[in-house]
Design a protein. Structure first.
Length: 197
């Protein structure tokens, strides 16, 4: 258990391992190479990146990989995409909001009900901010919509945000369960070695 003034942290080797796993998950779910029916995990990945990986270089690397994957997918579909417009750069602050939320949670992590509450707050606020920024950028600056207005934008948020929120929360819940299970196994193994020693 860590205090609220220090970041949850892993060794450098563990961070490389977790970062590699997260990158793989993002590439596979974002590109739909093998699992076309699986929802994109990118939003959850950026939150988890902020939580697990200390280097700030992780964010631009992951964003550039996401961008490269999108370009490859668009190219594979003949170079056309409804979503790839001048509004695409809004994904930088959108994903950054999730990354910052994960990083904030790392500084408030604890294995307690308070820690769980911080996790939920960080995940919900980060996902909400990401959706407002990405959807707002697309709605206002993509050129795909005529006569843009706040009423229509609010309606679109109300329609699509529950889906994005649900997908992100499911991935983060799975990650939390894995985190908890690995932590318990690590403690049992450490306790067993202590007894054996």
């Amino acid at each position: 258990m860590t205090s609220s003034t220090s970041l949850f942290s892993l060794t450098n080797k563990q961070q490389w391992l977790v970062g590699g796993i997260l990158l793989f998950i993002m590439i596979v779910t974002r590109s739909h190479i093998w699992l076309s029916h699986i929802q994109d995990a990118s939003w959850a990945v950026f939150f988890l990146l902020g939580f697990y990986v200390r280097s700030v270089l992780g964010f631009p690397v992951f964003w550039l990989v996401a961008f490269a994957v999108d370009l490859l997918v668009i190219e594979s579909k003949g170079g056309e995409s409804f979503c790839f417009t001048a509004s695409y750069p809004f994904l930088i602050p959108a994903y950054a909001s999730l990354w910052f939320a994960g990083r904030w949670f790392a500084g408030h992590y604890s294995e307690s009900l308070r820690g769980l509450a911080y996790f939920v707050v960080a995940a919900v606020v980060g996902t909400f901010a990401c959706d407002v920024i990405s959807s707002g950028g697309f709605y206002w600056f993509s050129g795909r919509f005529a006569d843009v207005n706040m009423t229509e934008f609010a309606g679109r948020l109300a329609r699509y945000m529950p889906m994005f929120m649900q997908t992100t929360m499911i991935y983060l819940a799975i990650a939390a369960l894995i985190h908890f299970a690995v932590g318990r196994l690590g403690k049992y193994a450490s306790h067993g070695q202590h007894i054996a020693g």
